[in-house]
Design a protein. Sequence first.
Length: 298
Amino acid sequence: MIILEFNNRIIEEALTLKFNNAGNKPDSIDITIADFDGVLYHISNPNGDRNKVMISISLKFYKDLQKHGADELLKREYGNFLTTTEQGFDVSLLYDLENVPTNKEEVIKKAGLLKRNCFASVFEKYFEYQEKEESGHERAVIHYRDDETMYVEAQSDRVTVIFSTVFKDDDDVIIGKVFMQEFKEGRRGSHTAPQVLFSHKEPPMELTGSDAAVGDNIGYITFVLEPRHTKKKARDSTIDHIHIFRDYLHYHIKCSKAYIHSRMRAKTSDFLKVLNRARPEAQVKEKKTITGKTFVRN
Protein backbone atom coordinates (compact mmCIF):
# COMPACT_ATOMS: atom_id res chain seq x y z
CA MET A 1 0.00 0.00 0.00
CA ILE A 2 1.07 3.59 -0.62
CA ILE A 3 1.97 5.58 2.50
CA LEU A 4 0.81 9.18 2.13
CA GLU A 5 3.39 11.86 2.79
CA PHE A 6 2.80 13.61 6.09
CA ASN A 7 4.74 16.67 4.97
CA ASN A 8 3.58 19.23 2.42
CA ARG A 9 5.88 19.02 -0.58
CA ILE A 10 4.61 22.23 -2.21
CA ILE A 11 5.65 24.26 0.82
CA GLU A 12 9.05 22.58 0.93
CA GLU A 13 9.70 23.15 -2.78
CA ALA A 14 8.54 26.78 -2.69
CA LEU A 15 10.68 27.60 0.34
CA THR A 16 13.68 25.72 -1.07
CA LEU A 17 13.46 27.78 -4.27
CA LYS A 18 13.27 31.01 -2.30
CA PHE A 19 16.23 30.15 -0.07
CA ASN A 20 18.38 29.00 -3.02
CA ASN A 21 17.68 32.21 -4.92
CA ALA A 22 18.36 34.44 -1.94
CA GLY A 23 20.73 37.26 -2.93
CA ASN A 24 19.16 37.60 -6.37
CA LYS A 25 16.20 39.80 -7.19
CA PRO A 26 13.31 37.92 -5.56
CA ASP A 27 10.05 37.18 -7.34
CA SER A 28 6.68 37.69 -5.71
CA ILE A 29 4.78 34.66 -4.48
CA ASP A 30 1.10 34.07 -3.75
CA ILE A 31 0.05 30.42 -3.52
CA THR A 32 -3.04 28.94 -1.87
CA ILE A 33 -2.86 25.19 -1.16
CA ALA A 34 -5.69 22.87 -0.15
CA ASP A 35 -4.76 19.86 1.96
CA PHE A 36 -6.65 16.96 3.56
CA ASP A 37 -9.24 17.61 6.29
CA GLY A 38 -10.19 21.02 4.92
CA VAL A 39 -6.77 22.50 5.72
CA LEU A 40 -5.65 25.55 3.74
CA TYR A 41 -2.15 27.02 3.36
CA HIS A 42 -1.23 30.44 2.04
CA ILE A 43 2.31 31.32 0.91
CA SER A 44 2.75 35.03 0.29
CA ASN A 45 4.89 38.15 0.64
CA PRO A 46 3.51 40.12 3.61
CA ASN A 47 2.78 43.74 2.73
CA GLY A 48 4.28 43.13 -0.71
CA ASP A 49 7.82 42.72 0.69
CA ARG A 50 9.46 40.18 -1.63
CA ASN A 51 12.31 39.59 0.80
CA LYS A 52 9.86 38.09 3.27
CA VAL A 53 7.95 34.82 2.84
CA MET A 54 4.96 34.09 5.05
CA ILE A 55 3.44 30.62 5.36
CA SER A 56 0.02 30.49 7.02
CA ILE A 57 -2.24 27.57 7.83
CA SER A 58 -5.95 27.39 8.54
CA LEU A 59 -7.47 24.43 10.41
CA LYS A 60 -11.16 24.38 11.27
CA PHE A 61 -10.34 22.39 14.40
CA TYR A 62 -7.38 24.46 15.64
CA LYS A 63 -9.29 25.62 18.73
CA ASP A 64 -9.66 21.98 19.75
CA LEU A 65 -5.89 21.54 19.42
CA GLN A 66 -5.17 24.70 21.40
CA LYS A 67 -6.82 23.10 24.43
CA HIS A 68 -4.06 20.48 24.35
CA GLY A 69 -1.01 22.71 23.98
CA ALA A 70 -0.76 23.37 20.25
CA ASP A 71 0.49 26.94 20.74
CA GLU A 72 3.24 25.82 23.11
CA LEU A 73 4.39 23.00 20.82
CA LEU A 74 4.58 25.29 17.79
CA LYS A 75 6.57 27.82 19.79
CA ARG A 76 8.98 25.04 20.73
CA GLU A 77 9.34 23.83 17.14
CA TYR A 78 9.41 27.14 15.24
CA GLY A 79 10.63 29.70 17.78
CA ASN A 80 11.32 33.09 16.20
CA PHE A 81 9.79 32.05 12.87
CA LEU A 82 6.32 32.39 14.43
CA THR A 83 4.80 35.77 13.64
CA THR A 84 1.55 37.70 13.90
CA THR A 85 -1.14 35.47 12.43
CA GLU A 86 -2.43 36.40 9.00
CA GLN A 87 -6.11 37.32 8.97
CA GLY A 88 -8.32 34.31 8.31
CA PHE A 89 -5.64 31.81 9.37
CA ASP A 90 -4.61 30.16 12.64
CA VAL A 91 -0.79 30.07 12.52
CA SER A 92 1.76 32.02 10.46
CA LEU A 93 5.49 31.57 9.95
CA LEU A 94 7.74 34.32 8.57
CA TYR A 95 11.07 33.78 6.79
CA ASP A 96 13.56 36.54 5.91
CA LEU A 97 15.34 35.92 2.60
CA GLU A 98 18.00 38.47 3.57
CA ASN A 99 18.90 36.33 6.56
CA VAL A 100 18.70 32.69 5.40
CA PRO A 101 19.34 30.30 8.31
CA THR A 102 22.47 28.14 8.15
CA ASN A 103 20.38 25.01 8.85
CA LYS A 104 18.01 25.79 6.02
CA GLU A 105 17.34 22.11 5.19
CA GLU A 106 16.02 21.52 8.71
CA VAL A 107 14.01 24.75 8.61
CA ILE A 108 12.42 23.79 5.27
CA LYS A 109 11.56 20.32 6.56
CA LYS A 110 9.87 21.76 9.65
CA ALA A 111 7.88 24.21 7.53
CA GLY A 112 6.52 21.29 5.51
CA LEU A 113 5.45 19.60 8.77
CA LEU A 114 3.32 22.51 9.98
CA LYS A 115 0.03 20.62 9.87
CA ARG A 116 1.60 17.53 11.44
CA ASN A 117 3.05 19.59 14.28
CA CYS A 118 -0.32 21.22 14.96
CA PHE A 119 -1.80 17.73 15.31
CA ALA A 120 1.12 16.46 17.40
CA SER A 121 0.23 18.42 20.53
CA VAL A 122 -2.73 16.25 21.51
CA PHE A 123 -0.78 13.03 20.97
CA GLU A 124 2.29 14.17 22.89
CA LYS A 125 0.12 15.25 25.81
CA TYR A 126 -1.58 11.87 26.17
CA PHE A 127 1.61 9.93 25.47
CA GLU A 128 3.13 11.77 28.44
CA TYR A 129 0.17 10.78 30.61
CA GLN A 130 0.72 7.14 29.70
CA GLU A 131 4.47 7.33 30.28
CA LYS A 132 3.80 8.63 33.79
CA GLU A 133 1.17 5.87 34.17
CA GLU A 134 -1.52 8.44 34.82
CA SER A 135 -5.17 7.67 34.08
CA GLY A 136 -8.50 9.37 34.62
CA HIS A 137 -7.72 12.42 32.49
CA GLU A 138 -10.53 13.82 30.38
CA ARG A 139 -10.71 12.33 26.90
CA ALA A 140 -9.54 14.59 24.06
CA VAL A 141 -12.18 15.25 21.39
CA ILE A 142 -10.94 16.71 18.11
CA HIS A 143 -13.57 17.54 15.46
CA TYR A 144 -11.11 17.25 12.62
CA ARG A 145 -13.84 17.29 9.94
CA ASP A 146 -17.38 18.66 9.92
CA ASP A 147 -18.94 15.25 10.53
CA GLU A 148 -15.97 13.22 11.81
CA THR A 149 -14.18 13.17 15.15
CA MET A 150 -11.01 11.84 16.74
CA TYR A 151 -10.89 10.73 20.37
CA VAL A 152 -7.70 10.25 22.41
CA GLU A 153 -7.63 8.74 25.89
CA ALA A 154 -4.74 7.66 28.12
CA GLN A 155 -4.61 4.75 30.55
CA SER A 156 -1.70 3.62 32.68
CA ASP A 157 -0.72 0.93 30.18
CA ARG A 158 -2.00 2.24 26.82
CA VAL A 159 -3.29 5.15 24.78
CA THR A 160 -6.50 4.62 22.82
CA VAL A 161 -7.05 6.62 19.64
CA ILE A 162 -10.46 6.36 17.98
CA PHE A 163 -11.38 7.83 14.60
CA SER A 164 -14.99 8.19 13.54
CA THR A 165 -15.43 8.35 9.79
CA VAL A 166 -18.31 8.69 7.35
CA PHE A 167 -18.56 6.40 4.34
CA LYS A 168 -20.30 8.26 1.52
CA ASP A 169 -21.25 5.11 -0.42
CA ASP A 170 -22.38 1.64 0.63
CA ASP A 171 -19.48 0.24 -1.40
CA ASP A 172 -17.04 2.19 0.76
CA VAL A 173 -18.27 0.36 3.86
CA ILE A 174 -17.55 -3.03 2.27
CA ILE A 175 -14.08 -2.06 1.04
CA GLY A 176 -13.34 -0.35 4.35
CA LYS A 177 -14.14 -3.55 6.24
CA VAL A 178 -11.71 -5.43 3.99
CA PHE A 179 -8.96 -2.95 4.83
CA MET A 180 -9.68 -3.19 8.54
CA GLN A 181 -9.48 -6.97 8.33
CA GLU A 182 -6.05 -6.61 6.72
CA PHE A 183 -4.92 -4.46 9.65
CA LYS A 184 -6.08 -7.13 12.07
CA GLU A 185 -4.20 -9.78 10.09
CA GLY A 186 -1.13 -7.55 10.06
CA ARG A 187 -0.81 -7.95 13.81
CA ARG A 188 -0.18 -11.67 13.28
CA GLY A 189 2.76 -10.88 11.04
CA SER A 190 4.24 -8.29 13.40
CA HIS A 191 3.75 -8.59 17.13
CA THR A 192 4.93 -5.00 17.56
CA ALA A 193 2.01 -3.61 15.53
CA PRO A 194 -0.76 -1.89 17.52
CA GLN A 195 -4.10 -3.58 17.96
CA VAL A 196 -6.69 -2.26 15.49
CA LEU A 197 -10.45 -2.63 15.98
CA PHE A 198 -13.29 -1.67 13.66
CA SER A 199 -16.95 -1.16 14.50
CA HIS A 200 -19.73 -0.29 12.08
CA LYS A 201 -22.91 1.71 12.85
CA GLU A 202 -22.32 1.75 16.62
CA PRO A 203 -19.45 3.42 18.53
CA PRO A 204 -17.06 1.20 20.52
CA MET A 205 -17.52 0.57 24.23
CA GLU A 206 -14.96 3.28 25.09
CA LEU A 207 -17.40 5.92 23.80
CA THR A 208 -20.46 4.66 25.68
CA GLY A 209 -22.40 7.59 27.06
CA SER A 210 -20.81 10.12 24.71
CA ASP A 211 -22.42 11.98 21.81
CA ALA A 212 -20.65 9.76 19.27
CA ALA A 213 -22.58 9.51 15.99
CA VAL A 214 -24.61 6.43 15.08
CA GLY A 215 -25.68 5.41 11.58
CA ASP A 216 -25.44 2.94 8.72
CA ASN A 217 -22.63 4.93 7.09
CA ILE A 218 -20.62 5.54 10.28
CA GLY A 219 -17.49 3.58 11.10
CA TYR A 220 -15.13 3.68 14.09
CA ILE A 221 -11.48 2.67 13.91
CA THR A 222 -9.73 2.10 17.24
CA PHE A 223 -5.95 1.98 17.74
CA VAL A 224 -4.64 0.61 21.02
CA LEU A 225 -1.13 2.07 21.38
CA GLU A 226 1.12 0.34 23.87
CA PRO A 227 4.15 1.83 25.64
CA ARG A 228 6.48 0.68 22.84
CA HIS A 229 4.52 2.95 20.48
CA THR A 230 4.34 5.97 22.78
CA LYS A 231 7.85 6.04 24.24
CA LYS A 232 10.02 9.02 23.32
CA LYS A 233 12.11 7.13 20.75
CA ALA A 234 9.06 5.89 18.84
CA ARG A 235 6.41 8.56 19.36
CA ASP A 236 7.46 10.80 16.46
CA SER A 237 6.98 7.96 13.99
CA THR A 238 3.68 7.02 15.65
CA ILE A 239 2.38 10.59 15.34
CA ASP A 240 3.58 10.85 11.73
CA HIS A 241 1.49 7.90 10.64
CA ILE A 242 -1.55 7.98 12.89
CA HIS A 243 -2.53 11.61 12.31
CA ILE A 244 -3.14 10.93 8.58
CA PHE A 245 -4.78 7.54 9.04
CA ARG A 246 -8.26 8.72 8.04
CA ASP A 247 -6.89 10.20 4.81
CA TYR A 248 -4.85 7.05 4.19
CA LEU A 249 -7.95 4.84 4.56
CA HIS A 250 -10.20 6.84 2.25
CA TYR A 251 -7.42 7.35 -0.29
CA HIS A 252 -6.99 3.60 -0.64
CA ILE A 253 -10.74 3.00 -0.76
CA LYS A 254 -10.94 5.38 -3.73
CA CYS A 255 -7.90 3.75 -5.37
CA SER A 256 -9.47 0.31 -4.93
CA LYS A 257 -12.73 1.45 -6.52
CA ALA A 258 -10.83 3.01 -9.43
CA TYR A 259 -8.89 -0.24 -9.94
CA ILE A 260 -12.07 -2.34 -9.82
CA HIS A 261 -13.74 -0.05 -12.36
CA SER A 262 -10.74 -0.22 -14.71
CA ARG A 263 -10.78 -4.03 -14.51
CA MET A 264 -14.52 -4.07 -15.22
CA ARG A 265 -14.06 -1.83 -18.26
CA ALA A 266 -11.23 -4.02 -19.55
CA LYS A 267 -13.32 -7.17 -19.07
CA THR A 268 -16.31 -5.60 -20.82
CA SER A 269 -14.07 -4.71 -23.76
CA ASP A 270 -12.89 -8.35 -23.93
CA PHE A 271 -16.48 -9.63 -23.90
CA LEU A 272 -17.43 -7.28 -26.74
CA LYS A 273 -14.54 -8.61 -28.82
CA VAL A 274 -15.73 -12.20 -28.22
CA LEU A 275 -19.28 -11.28 -29.23
CA ASN A 276 -18.05 -9.60 -32.41
CA ARG A 277 -16.07 -12.69 -33.36
CA ALA A 278 -19.08 -14.92 -32.71
CA ARG A 279 -21.43 -12.96 -34.98
CA PRO A 280 -22.58 -15.34 -37.83
CA GLU A 281 -21.75 -14.37 -41.41
CA ALA A 282 -24.67 -13.53 -43.64
CA GLN A 283 -25.66 -16.39 -45.93
CA VAL A 284 -26.28 -15.61 -49.63
CA LYS A 285 -29.22 -17.54 -51.11
CA GLU A 286 -29.91 -17.79 -54.91
CA LYS A 287 -33.57 -17.76 -55.89
CA LYS A 288 -35.33 -18.39 -59.25
CA THR A 289 -38.40 -16.71 -60.65
CA ILE A 290 -41.22 -18.55 -62.44
CA THR A 291 -39.67 -17.57 -65.76
CA GLY A 292 -36.35 -19.18 -64.84
CA LYS A 293 -34.40 -15.97 -64.03
CA THR A 294 -32.18 -16.05 -60.93
CA PHE A 295 -31.64 -13.40 -58.26
CA VAL A 296 -29.75 -13.18 -54.96
CA ARG A 297 -31.64 -12.64 -51.73
CA ASN A 298 -29.75 -11.65 -48.59
